[in-house]
Design a protein around this ligand. Structure first.
Ligand code: SF4
Length: 201
């Protein structure tokens, strides 16, 4: 079981191609300026079975999963189970972590097993004093794209425009995914009082 803050199937705002984005619930890093404080608590969100997430992802016709948060590597065993099931189903796996790659490598077997099922790792904490101005998907200049397999070797975030996924639900609520800088978030929030952005890295 995985503790999840949110899942979005069929988005193009969280990496190359059509993807399922999984926001892990809980983050022990708590970067200054993080726009996802509602994902900090390890007791929030809901517990979901890995098999159901994969089934729904396949049904949505996605190319792969993007694991974000929260901090995916705060749930290494469940993260490994999800990533392994995704890879077994032929799906790619992109994972974001506020921890640096070497720190993850130096942790436990469960963390290393999780890493072994990740195709592309985007590492490093969000630094609000070090804004990224060129690359897509990341919010600060320290964060690195580390290719652990060749699956996304042709993906280059430099000069790629960030995409934003905005969905209006039948009950009138608005969900937003993708990268938004603070100015864009302010603009969007002025348009709708119920808009929520779910990640800035
Ligand atoms: S930016 Fe990511 S790693 Fe940093 S506090 Fe927010 S969710 Fe955690």
């Amino acid at each position: 079981m995985l503790r999840v803050g949110r899942i979005l199937h069929g988005t193009t705002a969280e990496g190359p191609g059509l993807r399922t984005a999984v926001w892990f619930q809980g983050c022990s890093i708590r970067c200054k300026g993080c726009v996802n404080p509602h994902l900090f608590s390890p007791r929030g969100g809901k517990l979901l079975p890995v098999a159901g997430i994969i089934e729904d992802s396949i049904a949505a016709g996605v190319e792969g999963l993007t694991l974000i948060g929260g901090e995916p590597f705060d749930q290494p065993a469940a993260g490994h189970a999800l990533a392994a099931a995704a890879r077994a189903a032929g799906l790619g796996v992109i994972a974001f972590s506020g921890y640096e790659y070497q720190t993850l490598c130096d942790r436990d077997d469960s963390t290393r097993a999780f890493l072994a099922k990740v195709d592309l790792l985007v590492d490093g904490p969000y630094q609000d004093w070090n804004p990224e101005t060129n690359r897509a998907l990341v919010g600060s200049g320290n964060q690195r794209f580390i290719h652990l397999t060749d699956r996304y070797k042709n993906y280059r975030p430099e000069g790629v425009l960030n995409r934003v996924d905005i969905r209006v639900r039948p009950d009138g609520t608005i969900e937003v995914a993708g990268f938004l800088d603070s100015a864009s978030l302010k603009d969007l929030s002025s348009l709708t009082s119920s808009a929520r952005t779910l990640r800035v890295r």
